[in-house]
Write a protein that binds this ligand. Structure first.
Ligand SMILES: Nc1ncnc2c1ncn2[C@@H]1O[C@H](COP(=O)(O)OP(=O)(O)OP(=O)(O)O)[C@@H](O)[C@H]1O
Length: 248
C-alpha cells in the first residue's frame, strides 16, 4: 500500500486567527485568536459546545471562509491573501471533505461520485489507489449503485472514498456520523482511523460526540471561540470529563 505524500509535518494550521460574523451590535467573535497545528498523518477531533466555533474554524482552515486577522495554512501554502481562483484550486487538489449530509450527486453512480472531483480537475485516477480505497471501505459490490440505492452508512463511505481519492493533504470531516446510527457511524469512524494509520492520510473531524472523538489521536476543545483544552489520546470518558470541565 502506498502512503500519502507528505510535504509538511503540519497538514493544516491557524495562527492567532480571529473571525467575526456580522457587524455592529450583532457581531459575533466566532474565533478569538486561535492557534492550532494539525499534524500530518494524524486523526484529530475538534470538540466543543454548540456555538463554540468548530464549524467556523473548519471553514477558515479549508479556505471556505476568510479570516479577519491571523493566518491559515494548508501544508506549506499560506491561504491568507490567496486569490479565489488559487483557493479553489488548492481545495480541489489538496483538501478532501466529508459532510454530515453526504452531499453525493443522486444521478451518478457511487464510482462516478468518487471520481468526479478528479475528473473535473482533469486528473486521472490511480487504479491501484482506487482499489485500495474501495476495498478498505467495502464498496466493491456497490460501485454501480446510485446513492438512492445505498444505506446512509454506505453513502457516507462513498463520500469518504471521494474525499480520499485524490490523496489530499488533509480531509476535513464535519460531524460525519451525525446522520448515521451507531453501527454505521462506527464503521465510518473505523475507516477514517484506518485511513490515517494504514493509508497515511490526515483527518480533522468536527464532532459533538465523545465516542466519535475516542477514535482520534488527539482532541482539541473549543469554547467561546478559543482553544479551551487539549485531550491527548482521547477516550469517551476523558472527552466527557473535559467537556464537563467546561461546564457543558
Ligand atoms: N454566518 C453567521 N452569521 C452570524 N453569526 C454566525 C454565523 N455563523 C456562525 N455564527 C456564530 O458564530 C459562533 C460560532 O458558530 P459555529 O457554527 O462556528 O459554532 P459550532 O461550534 O460549529 O456550533 P454547532 O456545534 O452548533 O454547529 C456562534 O455564536 C454562531 O451563532
Amino acid at each position: 500500500m502506498q502512503p500519502a505524500t507528505v510535504d509538511s509535518p503540519v497538514a493544516a494550521g491557524v495562527r492567532r486567527v480571529v473571525k467575526i460574523h456580522g457587524r455592529g451590535d450583532t457581531a459575533v467573535r466566532a474565533l478569538d485568536h486561535v492557534t492550532l497545528d494539525f499534524p500530518a498523518q494524524r486523526f484529530t477531533s475538534v470538540l466543543g459546545p454548540s456555538g463554540s466555533g468548530k464549524s467556523t474554524l473548519m471553514h477558515c482552515l479549508a479556505g471556505l471562509d476568510t479570516v479577519d486577522a491571523g493566518s491559515v495554512r494548508i501544508g506549506r501554502t499560506e491561504l491568507t491573501g490567496l486569490p479565489d481562483s488559487a483557493l479553489t484550486r488548492l481545495r480541489r487538489d489538496h483538501v478532501g471533505f466529508v459532510f454530515q449530509s453526504f452531499n453525493l450527486l443522486p444521478t451518478m453512480t457511487a464510482e462516478e461520485n468518487i471520481l468526479l472531483g478528479l475528473r473535473l480537475a482533469g486528473r486521472k485516477p490511480d487504479p491501484a489507489w482506487l482499489r485500495v480505497v474501495v476495498d478498505a471501505l467495502g464498496l466493491r459490490q456497490r460501485l454501480r449503485h446510485h446513492p438512492g440505492e445505498l444505506s446512509g452508512g454506505q453513502q457516507q463511505r462513498v463520500a469518504c472514498a471521494r474525499a480520499l481519492i485524490g490523496r489530499p493533504q488533509v480531509v476535513f470531516a464535519d460531524e460525519p456520523t451525525g446522520n448515521l446510527d451507531s453501527r454505521a457511524g462506527a464503521e465510518v469512524l473505523g475507516f477514517l482511523r484506518a485511513s490515517v494509520r494504514e493509508l497515511g492520510q490526515t483527518v480533522v473531524m468536527v464532532t459533538h460526540d465523545p465516542v466519535a472523538a475516542s477514535y482520534t489521536d488527539h482532541g482539541v476543545l473549543l469554547a467561546d471561540g478559543r482553544v479551551a483544552a487539549h485531550v491527548p489520546r482521547p477516550t469517551a470518558d476523558s472527552v466527557l470529563a473535559a467537556l464537563t470541565g467546561l461546564g457543558v
